[in-house]
Design a protein around this ligand. Structure first.
Ligand code: SAH
Length: 251
């Protein structure tokens, strides 16, 4: 009998961030496959097999999950945040496209959404993505840096608010500085930038900086940056706290 595969988003921190649909599918799964720290976030279920793997092996991991499903298992391939945002869902479709059609014949594939880091961070800060916005990964592992820079320039000059994923890593130390230089050509120095790190799991931190003086050492590989548009501003709230928001109305 042929099994099935769900690519499941865990939300930014698993646990309480998991949607009901995702929790149901994880409970039903006979096998959970994914990067080890994400597999560890999946609530325990009786007699479920777990297959934690290395982060770099995305296509191999997708093929392994499909092999299990083809052998009749009910497989959940887990991803942090949303599986369709710079994550495993595309990897699954990519290996399916490149394999002979008989390899995984009959396997039903579904994608179960999750709360992506940008939306979780935005909610904690207020509503910085309340008007038009776009998401760009600063990683040039899978696309040339020239493409990243062209897209940054286009989004900034069109006055989108931006969510920047994969801002830095040990192998990519200079890209964030270069990206901010591009954005500063189009945005005022006092443009609010939300730095949301480890949202949904300790040691969660969400702070607001100005684009002009943004401290690079406050950004890590587990940070998503939310860069305001020209209308994004700070507002003082009734309880004394402050929120960042982008109005829905164009001035
Ligand atoms: N599929 C994930 C994104 C994977 S790309 C999602 O939808 O959220 C990895 C990048 O996502 C990280 O470099 C960081 O920019 C962001 N990210 C993932 N989890 C995060 C979290 N809990 N808090 C802040 N940013 C996070």
């Amino acid at each position: 009998m042929t099994g099935r595969l769900a690519v499941v988003g865990l939300g930014p921190g698993g646990g309480p961030w998991l949607t009901g649909v995702a929790a149901e599918r994880l409970r039903a799964a006979t096998d959970v496959v994914g990067y080890a720290p994400y597999v560890a976030q999946v609530p325990p279920a009786p007699s479920q097999a777990r297959h934690p793997s290395d982060n770099r092996e995305e296509l191999a991991r997708a093929a392994f999950a499909l092999d299990l499903a083809a052998a009749g298992r009910d497989v959940a391939l887990v991803s942090s945040g949303d599986p369709g945002v710079f994550a495993m869902a595309s990897a699954v479709f990519e290996v399916v496209e490149s394999a002979p059609p008989e390899r995984w014949r009959g396997v039903a594939i579904t994608v179960v959404p999750g709360v992506t880091a940008a939306l979780a961070g935005a909610a904690i800060a207020g509503a910085p993505l309340g008007h038009d916005w776009c998401a760009i990964s600063l990683s040039d592992n899978l696309k040339p840096w020239a493409v990243v820079e062209r897209r940054l320039r286009a989004a900034a000059s069109a006055d989108f608010a931006l969510a920047l994923y994969n801002p830095v890593s040990r192998a990519r130390p200079w890209q964030l500085g270069r990206a901010l230089d591009v954005l500063r050509e189009h945005r005022a120095p006092d443009t609010p930038v939300v730095l949301a790190t480890d949202v949904g799991r300790p040691p969660e931190s969400v702070r607001v900086e100005a684009l002009g003086g943004l401290p690079l050492d406050a950004v890590g590989s587990r940070t998503v940056l939310l860069v305001g548009s020209s209308t994004t501003r700070r507002v003082r709230l009734p309880d004394g706290a402050e929120a960042v928001y982008t109005p829905r109305r164009w001035p």
